[in-house]
Design a protein around this ligand. Sequence first.
Ligand SMILES: *[C@@H]1O[C@H](CO)[C@@H](O)[C@H](O)[C@H]1NC(C)=O
Length: 396
Amino acid sequence: MGLKMDKKILSLFVLVAISATAHCGNVYDITKFGARQNNDVNQALAQAWKGACSSKVPSKVVVPKGTFKLSRATFFGPCKAPIEFMLIGTLQAPQNPAGFKDGDGWVTFERIDKLTLYGGGTFDGQGKNVWGKHCDRLNYCSKLPINVRFNFVTNSVIKSVTSLDSKQFHIMVLGGEGLTFRNLRIIAPENSYNTDGIHVGRSNNINITDSYIQTGDDCISVGDGTKKLTVARVTCGPGHGISIGSLGKYSNEAPVQGITVKDCTFKGTQNGVRIKTWPDSHEGVASDMRFENLNMLNVGSPVLIDQEYCPWNQCKLQNPSRVKLSKISFKNIRGTASTPDAVKLVCSKGYPCQNVEVGNIDIKYSGNLGPVKSVCRNVNLKVTGKMNPLPCKFKA
Ligand SMILES: *[C@@H]1O[C@H](CO)[C@@H](O)[C@H](O)[C@H]1NC(C)=O
């Protein structure tokens, strides 16, 4: 009996000892791999990652205090054990975007399970000189790198880091599953073109919480195939607000399902919460979307469904969108709008929105172009609680 007990205690000690060494012993500090401030740390980072990722015990890559130039980096998994990436200092992108192709990330994490990215540091995209340069021509803007991409990353946490002045989207998540984004700061000026804060597409079980996103485009945008996304306690602005879509531009888009946006604040954004689909579009589905407990401070269109989304007149507006929207609620939304159409639900005449609920909305219009109002088209609306603006009258 006594011997058995001792063995148990001993193996417990051994376990504790092993995990303790794992934690302290497997630190891959990039300065140990030749990284120097103001030099390109691409090689040092690659080596540190290789060591940490091939380690059989949990390990971490550390970028210490200081500013390190980085031409680009791709961190591939799978790794042999959980891995941490501790960014304390700043990684700084080249100002010149030459060499990046469509959809490239400046920093990319790919096919990794159990990644923790944290540390208080900054991904500095140095986008100042590229925004607004001939975006309409030669796909110049789509070739600009995305600051940080997560491709097929699973069961991971990204927290307490900053994305600054991205050249294009700040953060893009594709094929992700079980991801938490928390305590992020995403910062670019209002006039920075196409710098969406976080774009999520084709992903499942994603939470974005407790973050500040000030940028020139969508605060958070949600692409096709996104399921179970929760956004909570995020402050957006400046920028274009939180968008589902745009949807319907491409064939075979996967459904969007199970989106919750709650307890968020929008400051001076072009829109608050918006669902946008292209007219004359491919088929698509988006359902189960809840928007609740939202503060609007001087927001252009606080509540918006736009199934006639057609920037730069690229489409035939007379043909309706074929994206079916259903089970949508907008509840407990208060504050001020900078245009009179505070609640605007413009659905497709081919596929009217089904099962849309609005309730307890109290939005004041701050300007002098008439009273605050609701605008509706092709929507089957249920109203609960008080409404200001008054809900539109409709014929069922
Ligand atoms: C996200 O939040 C939801 C609801 O709070 C929770 O059920 C889910 O497990 C969370 N997912 C992750 C990846 O943290």
